[in-house]
Design a binder for this molecule. Structure first.
Ligand SMILES: C[S@@+](CC[C@H](N)C(=O)[O-])C[C@H]1O[C@@H](n2cnc3c(N)ncnc32)[C@H](O)[C@@H]1O
Length: 203
């Protein structure tokens, strides 16, 4: 499915996104993802496919005053909705396609992919590109509030531009990150949620 069809799809969803049904305990689990995924000392953090900014509050609470949190999304309506929620000066909103990474390689201490990886096409290429944005001692984390099996069934049932956007099992993503040079990888994938975290260095 073309990038522009997906962008239109997500633009149209932006105003309804925060009201869409969520699994139980979603906000606490989002906060738990941020605590687990993102080192509190991170200076540059990239929230890939940031949507309406569900990670923003827990990340800003965690990060220091000098940190910069880049909210990257290709759907302007998602970014506008996110911008209406906070004026924190640490936040930078960037409207761009994550597959045409608009940042220099190795900039980010943490690259966070929450609810986005299946939308980025084949995982080997997407992970390789995102891994390139991670700093030498940085981390990359992938999270979802459900496991790959449940998520893929959900996307198939939605059909349309995201019907074929499928998330590989966490073990497969972990294997791809190890091939890219990750030194420490955690992976969990169950009905309770999906979490992969890979470090480039020893952080
Ligand atoms: C399923 S939503 C998740 C949003 C947010 N992370 C959350 O969990 O609520 C996926 C988001 O990724 C964005 N997105 C999808 N493909 C993208 C791409 N290639 N580049 C940048 N953003 C993208 C969409 O516009 C949408 O906001």
């Amino acid at each position: 499915m073309s990038t522009s069809a997906k962008r239109t799809y997500f633009n149209e969803l932006a105003l309804r996104w925060d009201e869409m049904p969520q699994p139980p305990g979603a906000s606490e689990r989002v906060a738990a993802f941020c605590r687990r995924a993102c080192p509190s000392e991170a200076r540059w953090v990239l929230d890939v496919g940031s949507g309406t900014g569900v990670l923003v509050a827990p990340l800003l609470e965690r990060l220091g005053p000098e940190a910069r949190l880049v909210e990257l999304d290709f759907a302007p309506a998602m970014l506008r909705h996110a911008a209406s929620k906070t004026t924190d000066a640490r936040l930078l909103a960037v409207c761009a396609d994550a597959l045409a990474m608009p940042f220099p390689p190795g900039l980010f201490d943490a690259v966070l992919c929450f609810g986005i990886l299946p939308h980025l096409g084949p995982a080997p290429q997407a992970l390789s590109l995102l891994w390139g944005a991670v700093a030498p001692s940085g981390v990359l984390a992938v999270g979802h509030l459900m496991g790959s099996r449940e998520l893929n069934a959900r996307h198939r049932s939605f059909g349309g531009p995201i019907g074929e956007d499928l998330l590989p099992e966490a073990a497969e993503v972990a294997g791809l990150l190890l091939e890219l040079g990750a030194v420490a990888v955690e992976a969990e994938d169950s009905t309770g949620g999906y979490f992969v975290r890979a470090a480039k260095g020893t952080r």
